[in-house]
Design a protein around this ligand. Structure first.
Ligand code: UD1
Length: 420
């Protein structure tokens, strides 16, 4: 096992290149099996979750490999419908294979994803959506077993208790592209990653309209073909570097991002007193004299993303005054609080709101990463803490941040990786 070590106190300065979006690339790689032809997918980040997805695709019988940031995938004509537990259990997002397998093979056996550290993560909306398309589903021996003779279009309402669901919308979209007739998904998730998925599917010959809004319309087609496609930049990685720049009182220019995908965060950073300048696909994020506390509530897109909640909390720990951070997507996603408090922050939890009282300084300490974004929050805290912070279990970080320590080091941080 490895850990990341940071000696805090350095301002970040310079330029950083934003990698391709993990959350776009995962469903897009899964969607590539909707055709037997070869597809070439560019701007795919080199991450542990991507390696896992490629392993699963190979296990299903596809040929798939990554060269640099390009994935070449040839699903062929002998795909198996079974996505096994040993791989699916390591990555919850593998549930997004259900839709493509059902679309292509009319059959899927995908290991049921478990809960995870950020809370219960049901898949009822995925199943409801697929059932509406005519799929018969049973849960047996820990597997979701889905079967259908012929997929048909349907009107589907996909709203859940916490709003829309990103991957449930993706699954229904991916199955519906090969259904007979028209499917309308109401209360669809509108995240940019779904627009990317729809664009990818359309480049394969699908007919998807309305992605990015809450009503998506899909006209089924008989067959899809291979394609060449470039994945969008990762708005969560970009957001993490934006917060890092303000937190370290730095001045960082992010390249190769889509600034409008981060409007909710940019609005909050400006409210906190930071200065942001966007220019095409670049954004400069600058600390200005002093910061003010801001209240943040996570919501489905275009609201403030839950995947940036922990990082924003790190910023608020050293911002004078009180801020309230409310989690409306995953009410239990607060594992980072106790670790941040070990570094000297003053945060307490009231239901699904964290009350953060800004302190003058954090102090470096050994801390444990619990999930992907919580790990990023601890790295950010380490960047401003006095002394040395050792962040254990960095494999969480490697699931979703490409070469994070190299990128931060290039911006002036003192950060390195060590064997445990
Ligand atoms: C995706 C992202 C994840 C992000 C999340 C919310 C990927 C690979 N992952 O996950 O990084 O944190 O969106 O923006 O894209 N829910 C149900 N029933 C369901 C499905 C979801 O009640 O069948 C609930 C969830 O428990 C949660 C909310 O809906 O409270 C939103 O989750 P969802 O959008 O489905 O998250 P994912 O798509 O799994």
């Amino acid at each position: 096992m490895e850990k990341i070590v940071i000696e805090g106190g350095r301002k970040l300065r310079g330029e950083v290149n934003i990698s391709g979006s993990k959350n776009s690339a995962l469903p897009i790689l899964a969607a590539a099996i909707l055709s037997s032809d070869e597809s070439i997918i560019e701007n795919v980040p080199q991450l542990r979750d991507i390696i896992t997805m490629l392993k699963i695709l190979k296990e299903l019988g596809a040929r798939a490999h990554q060269e640099g940031h390009t994935v070449i995938i040839k699903p062929g004509n002998n795909l198996s419908p079974v996505a096994p537990y040993k791989l699916v259990s390591t990555m919850r997002a593998s549930v997004c294979l259900l839709g493509p397998l059902v679309g292509r093979l009319k059959k899927a056996e995908v290991s049921m994803p478990g809960g995870c550290i950020i809370g219960a993560r049901p898949i009822d909306l995925h199943l409801k959506g697929l059932e509406a398309l005519g799929v018969h589903i049973v849960i047996e021996h820990g597997y979701v077993k889905a079967k259908v003779k012929k997929l048909h279009g349907a009107e589907i309402y996909l709203g859940g208790p916490f709003g829309s669901s990103v991957l449930a919308t993706a699954n229904v979209m991916m199955a519906a592209v090969l259904a007979e007739g028209v499917t309308r998904i109401e209360s669809a998730a509108s995240e940019p990653e779904l627009v990317d998925l729809a664009n990818f599917l359309n480049s394969m010959g699908a007919k998807v309209r309305g992605a990015g809004s809450h009503l998506i319309e899909i006209e089924g087609v008989q067959k899809l073909h291979g394609t060449r496609y470039k994945v969008i930049p990762d708005r969560i990685e970009a957001g993490t570097f934006m917060v890092a720049s303000v937190l370290t009182r730095g001045n960082v220019r992010l390249r190769n991002m889509i600034p409008e995908h981060n409007n909710a965060l940019m609005d909050k950073l400006r409210e906190a007193g930071a200065e942001l300048e966007t220019n095409g696909s670049a954004c400069r994020v600058m600390y200005r004299n002093g910061l003010k506390p801001v209240d943040v509530t996570t919501l489905p897109y275009p609201g403030f993303p839950t995947d940036l909640q922990a990082q924003m909390m790190s910023l608020m720990t050293v911002t004078p005054g009180i801020s309230v951070i409310t989690e409306k997507i995953y009410p239990d996603r607060f594992m980072h609080i106790s670790e941040l408090n070990r570094m000297g922050s003053r945060i307490h939890l009231e239901g699904s709101s964290a009350i953060v009282a800004g302190v003058k300084k954090l102090s470096g300490a050994p801390v444990m990463a619990s999930d992907l974004r919580a790990s990023a929050a601890l790295v950010l805290a380490g960047l401003v803490a006095e002394g040395r912070a050792d962040i254990h279990r960095v494999y969480h970080l490697d699931r979703g941040y490409e070469h994070i320590e190299d990128k931060l080091e290039a911006l002036g941080a003192k950060i390195w990786r060590e064997k445990e």
